[in-house]
Write a protein that binds this ligand. Structure first.
Ligand SMILES: Cc1ncc(COP(=O)(O)O)c(C=O)c1O
Length: 449
């Protein structure tokens, strides 16, 4: 590897980074992370900090899981690649699908389609939802409904159902036939409703109204995150997803639960939908499926959907897939990661440490007026909304948010910024002492604001 001077000199010169202005990256080069162990990352200057981001909501097992690393290395020796397009498969792919289905059987999932990541998984669900209706003799059902503030990746389908215009406007026009409902976001919503149960009812009613306006026979699916992640960790009232499920059922609309963040233990259970007692028709997955060690995603199908495809003859051909679908090395990573996830039962620690982090941030809010809202309480997903004025809820300016971020980093924790929110999703293996490091670092960051 080239030396540190070379790396610093060329940082962001040739490489364009996702979600960043290339010139801005050249002027303020990104941190070069050179190593990691446990839940701690090390940068090129040797600074070690607790990773409160978990890579990007994905390193659920922390950075040192030897079983997953060994499985990947061994599979590379055995069979580094072979296609899974019709006509061939590989042993880890068969085993990985078995393991994923078993984990989500309780959610009603019966079939697994592997992809290369979350955006691919969302795209797969959106496309197969249309095909499902076509197979059932309702080809006019092509539209999608989603939530404002929802994040569903960056492919054209995902961007079209995305509920944050930051990820949309540069790429418009997007897919026609996508409509958005208000998010279950009590801190700010068009109804000025602060009661979460009331807000859930108002959004379910807005869903009904939109269906009446569009015509139920034109709508393929509702896609939603059970807890909204990138949009600021928005936790709905427990009645919200069941209400949306009920409306979907009454109108023949499929429910896609986007579990790219919430799957595999992050919320304190294996899926987010399970918290709300909802069985979706499809689930999109990624991230925790390999703890981020290898790029893999999955689209899961319920028995109801699977039956229509499997009895659909030629119409049920899945004319969709990726070169790396069911990649043997990725599949080996899935098998090892799920086995470790079950062995450690990461749900338990996620719930306990999530509570500690959430309550710790709530205590910080009593001390720092810059904290407008604290959200979380379901596993290791915590959001902090920053404001310059609590009365008017004026969003904190970008420079101050960046200052908090850097101060917290220098005080020992990497947190993530999303607009004027701080988003946290540390590895599910984090200890009590390491959560305290994050809280102390945030305290220092807020004090500097
Ligand atoms: C809920 C959700 N869906 C989809 C995606 C897209 O996943 P990827 O970045 O792996 O394409 C993300 C990424 O954060 C996500 O949070």
């Amino acid at each position: 590897m080239k030396d540190a001077n070379f790396l610093k000199e060329n940082n962001a010169r040739q490489l364009w980074h996702p979600m960043a202005q290339p010139r801005e990256m050249q002027e303020h080069p990104p941190k070069i992370i050179t190593g990691a162990d446990g839940v701690t990352i090390t940068d090129i200057d040797g600074r070690r900090v607790v990773d409160a981001v978990g890579g990007l909501w994905c390193v659920n097992l922390g950075y040192s899981n030897q079983a997953v690393k060994d499985a990947i290395a061994a599979q590379l020796q055995e069979l580094p690649y072979y296609s899974a397009f019709a006509g061939s498969t590989n042993p880890p792919a068969i085993e990985a699908a078995y393991a994923v289905q078993a984990m989500f059987a309780e959610d009603g999932m019966e079939r697994v389609f592997f992809t290369s990541g979350g955006s691919d998984s969302v795209e797969t669900c959106l496309r197969l939802a249309r095909q499902y209706h076509r197979l059932r003799g309702e080809p006019t059902r092509t539209k999608y409904i989603s939530l404002k503030k929802g994040y569903h990746g960056t492919h054209f389908g995902g961007a079209s159902v995305n509920g944050n215009n930051r990820f949309r406007i540069n790429y418009e026009p997007l897919l026609p036939g996508c409509f958005h409902l208000p998010a279950p976001y009590t801190y700010r919503n068009p109804f000025n409703e602060t009661d979460p149960a009331r807000l859930a009812q108002l959004i379910a009613q807005a869903f009904e109204d939109e269906i009446a306006f569009q015509g139920a026979d034109t709508i393929a699916a509702l896609i939603m995150e059970p807890i909204l992640g990138a949009g600021g960790v928005i936790v709905p009232h427990e009645s919200f997803m069941p209400l949306m499920r009920e409306v979907c059922d009454r109108h023949g609309i499929l429910l896609i639960s986007d579990e790219v963040i919430t799957g595999f233990g992050r919320t304190g259970d294996w899926s987010g939908a399970r918290h709300w007692g909802v069985k979706p028709d499809m689930m999109s997955m990624a991230k925790g499926i390999t703890s981020g060690y290898f790029p893999v995603g999955a689209a899961l199908m319920s028995g109801k959907v699977a039956e229509v495809f499997e009895s659909g003859g030629a119409g049920g051909v899945i004319s969709h897939g990726y070169t790396y679908s069911a990649h043997p090395v990725g599949a080996a990573a899935v098998v090892a990661c799920l086995s470790e996830t079950l062995r450690l039962d990461t749900r338990v620690n996620a719930a306990a440490r999530g509570k500690q982090l959430f309550e710790g941030v709530q205590r910080l809010a009593e001390k720092h007026a810059v904290i407008g809202d604290v959200r979380g309480g379901h596993g290791l997903m915590t959001g902090i909304e920053l404001v310059s004025d609590r009365e008017t809820k004026t969003m904190l300016d970008t420079a101050s948010v960046a200052h908090i971020h850097q101060t917290a980093y220098e005080a020992g924790a990497m947190v993530r910024i999303g607009g004027h929110n701080i988003l946290m999703s540390p590895p599910l293996t984090i200890t009590e002492a390491e959560v305290n490091v994050i809280l102390d670092a945030l305290d220092a960051g807020f004090a500097a604001a």
